[in-house]
Design a protein around this ligand. Structure first.
Ligand code: NAD
Ligand code: UDP
Length: 338
């Protein structure tokens, strides 16, 4: 199949493009490069030995999308393009609704006009909201989101569900990711946040490589076994494989929802300790106040994806940390050489 991958030059997108190319698909990437990199796509071509058709542009640009759908025989879309920083979304809500919600709307309109009705959408565990019991299950209703980023994901989920109700040609899978970390085993591609990392894993890796002095652990007084927050971390290559599985199963009208996680929770302190043990690096840290909006603990019930997609997360925490470190050590400044 020829797949349009929006946001394909970003972290999860590049790893998914590797899986798609190795699975025999043709790939067209549309990315504005606001948080992605051309170099990452060159490296994907190096890893796979295959060419990527790359279009630099914005997912909100309807004329560009129309042209793209005329020029390429796209059969399905994996829609990653979006803004993802929770804190920034609180400061700039309109930017988040514009890119994430309006961008998805324009994309759907262009797909409809082109007669393309298959989509895999990047959603997030955040849509379960603040009060959901763990483990999170797909049968639970979406909850009250605590920031514009989460609200934008919930809105797009609703929009896609409404679309599938109204028009039986649409086949949509909503993938609710938990916490992707790790990198391709080659160390050639990985997570390369611009500026100060918001997420735990890239922050730990940048402390270990000497780019940052110490990690601030946001709170050690949560009601968890060691007081630090618990999350369900999964390997980005497992997540990438989940997209290929979701794509193959896009054969029936309507919307389907899957959690992509391991089903196991790990605390922040366990992450730091395991990283140190696995890599032999030291990660100085201090305990800092809680971060606004953080939930104490959540993880996935990952059973539905296994039953229906035949997908499960295969790689363990040690592999995730080894692969993160290989990427960071080989690329101390990310995709910027030197
Ligand atoms: P990323 O920022 O690395 O990738 C997103 C890509 O989209 C970037 O390459 C960026 O340049 C591109 N982009 C942004 N706005 C665009 C626009 N208007 N037009 C075209 N391209 C645009 O992020 P990621 O971690 O790879 O996340 C991919 C998707 O998965 C996002 O939708 C994100 O919200 C979702 N998600 C991520 C996580 C996570 O922890 N990384 C968790 C849950 C959901
Ligand atoms: N975290 C931390 N220090 C950091 C970044 C994150 O202690 O510099 C904690 C954060 O409070 C949360 C966990 O690590 O409990 C995972 O945070 P991340 O931002 O990676 O994921 P999310 O909060 O989106 O689940």
């Amino acid at each position: 199949m020829t797949i349009l991958v929006t946001g394909g030059a970003g972290y999860i997108g590049t790893h998914t493009v590797v899986e798609l190319l190795q699975g025999g698909h043709e790939v067209v990437v549309l990315d504005s490069l606001v948080n992605g990199s051309r170099e990452a796509l060159h490296r994907v071509e190096g890893i796979t030995g295959k060419a990527i058709c790359f279009i630099e542009g914005d997912v909100r640009d309807r004329a560009l999308l129309d042209e793209l759908f005329v020029e390429h025989s796209i059969e399905a879309v994996i829609h990653f393009a979006g803004l993802k920083a929770v804190g920034e979304s609180i400061e700039k809500p309109l930017a988040y609704y514009d890119v994430n919600v309006h961008g998805s709307l324009v994309l759907c309109q262009a797909m409809a006009a082109a007669g393309v009705h298959r989509m895999v959408f990047s959603s997030s565990a955040t849509v379960y909201g603040e009060d959901a019991p763990v483990p999170y299950m797909e049968t639970m209703l979406r909850g009250r989101t605590s920031n514009p980023y989460g609200s934008s994901k919930a809105m797009v989920e609703q929009m896609l569900s409404d679309l599938c109700c109204a028009d039986k040609r649409w086949m949509v899978t909503l993938l609710r990711y938990f916490n992707p970390i790790g990198a391709h085993i080659s160390g050639e591609i990985g997570e390369d946040p611009q500026g100060i990392p918001n997420n735990l894993m890239p922050f730990i890796a940048q402390v270990a490589v000497g780019r940052r002095r110490e990690l601030a652990i946001f709170g050690d007084d949560y009601p968890t076994h060691d007081g630090t927050c618990v999350r369900d971390y999964l390997h980005v290559m497992d997540l990438a494989a989940g997209h290929v599985a979701a794509l193959s199963s896009l054969q029936h009208a309507g919307v389907r929802i899957y959690n992509l996680g391991t089903g196991h929770g790990i605390s922040v302190l366990e992450m730091v300790n395991t990283f140190e043990r696995v890599t032999g690096q030291t990660v100085p840290f201090r305990i800092a106040p809680r971060r606004d909006g953080d939930l104490a603990a959540f993880w996935a019930d990952a059973g539905k994806a296994e039953r229906e997609l035949g997908w499960r997360a295969e790689r363990g925490l040690e592999a995730m940390l080894h692969d993160t470190w290989r990427w960071q050590e080989q690329n101390p400044r990310g995709y910027v050489p030197g």
